[in-house]
Design a protein around this ligand. Structure first.
Ligand code: 13P
Length: 253
C-alpha cells in the first residue's frame, strides 16, 4: 500500500512552550502507526530541534520545515537552505503552500528550483497544489492543477518524482471550515494520479502519496481518507488540537 500520511502544518502559530505542550499531549494519547503510515509535523523553523528531540526514536514520525530556499547557500539574509535543515536532522519540507504562493508570490517555476535542490540532497518535498474559488466555480480546476504539476514537477525523473509527496489543497477549503466533499477530493486526486500516470506510467503514479488539505478535522478525516486516491491529509487548524490530530492520525487507512 502507498504510504498514508497525517501531516500537521502549524503555520505561524504557537509559542515554543505551546508547541512543546502540544507534542507532549499528542505523544501521551493512544495512537498507532503501522509500517505504511506516517505522521509528519511541519513546525516553525526555530522549533525544529525541539520537535526533533521530542519525537526522536518514534517510528514513522517525522519533523518537517514549512519552507526552504531556492538557493543552495550564500548571501540570502533570512532564508533557510536545505543544507541547514538537514544539518538539524530534517528530512521533509512543505513546498508551494498556497499561502506562500499568494503572499510571497512563489511561482511554479520558482518551486521547480526548490524541488531540484531538495531532490539533489535527499530532502523529501511535500509539494502543495490546488485551485482558488473562482477556478473551482468556473469548473477548470483540473486544468489549473495540471499546469501546477507540469510546471513544477514534470522535469523530474521518475525516481525523483517518487521522492515527492503531493498535497492537494483547494484554497477555498483552507481555514474556511468548508471542506471539499469526499467525492470532490477523490475526483481530483484520481485526476492528479491519472496525469502522473500519463507522464510517468501507472506503476510510478501508483506509488505517489497524494494528501488532501483544507479543513480536515477528526469529524471528516475517516470519510476523506477512505477514498481510494486520498492517502491522508495536510492539516492546519485541527493539527493545533491534540485530540483532533490524534484522531486524524488514527483515521489513516
Ligand atoms: P486548515 O486545515 O486550517 O484548513 O489548513 C489547511 C492547510 O493549509 C494545511 O496546509
Amino acid at each position: 500500500m502507498r504510504q498514508q500520511i497525517a501531516a500537521a502544518n502549524w503555520k505561524m502559530n504557537l509559542t515554543l512552550q505551546q508547541g512543546e505542550q502540544l507534542l507532549n499531549e499528542i505523544i501521551a494519547k493512544p495512537h498507532s502507526l503501522s509500517a505504511h503510515q506516517s505522521a509528519v509535523f511541519a513546525v516553525p523553523f526555530p522549533y525544529l530541534p525541539m520537535a526533533q528531540a521530542k519525537l526522536a526514536g518514534k517510528t514513522n514520525v517525522f519533523v518537517a520545515a514549512q519552507n526552504c530556499s531556492n538557493k543552495k547557500s550564500g548571501a540570502y539574509t533570512g532564508e533557510v537552505s536545505v543544507e541547514i535543515l538537514q544539518s538539524v536532522g530534517i528530512q521533509y519540507v512543505v513546498l508551494g503552500h498556497s499561502e506562500r504562493r499568494e503572499y510571497f508570490l512563489e511561482s511554479n517555476q520558482f518551486l521547480a528550483e526548490k524541488l531540484d535542490i531538495c531532490l539533489a540532497s535527499g530532502m523529501k518535498p511535500i509539494f502543495c497544489c490546488g485551485e482558488p474559488l473562482e477556478i473551482r466555480e468556473a469548473g477548470t480546476q483540473n486544468e489549473f492543477v495540471a499546469k501546477q504539476l507540469a510546471e513544477s514537477l514534470y522535469h523530474l525523473s521518475a525516481e525523483q518524482l517518487q521522492q515527492v509527496v503531493i498535497a492537494y489543497e483547494p484554497i477555498w477549503a483552507i481555514g474556511t471550515g468548508k471542506t471539499a466533499s469526499s467525492a470532490q477530493a477523490q475526483e481530483i486526486h484520481a485526476f492528479i494520479r491519472a496525469a502522473l500516470a500519463a507522464k510517468y506510467g501507472a506503476a510510478v503514479a501508483d506509488t505517489i502519496s497524494i494528501l488532501y488539505g483544507g479543513s480536515v478535522k477528526a469529524a471528516n478525516a475517516v470519510e476523506l481518507f477512505s477514498q481510494p486516491d486520498v492517502d491522508g491529509g495536510l492539516v492546519g487548524g485541527a493539527s493545533l488540537i491534540a485530540d483532533e490530530f490524534v484522531a486524524i492520525i488514527n483515521a489513516l487507512k
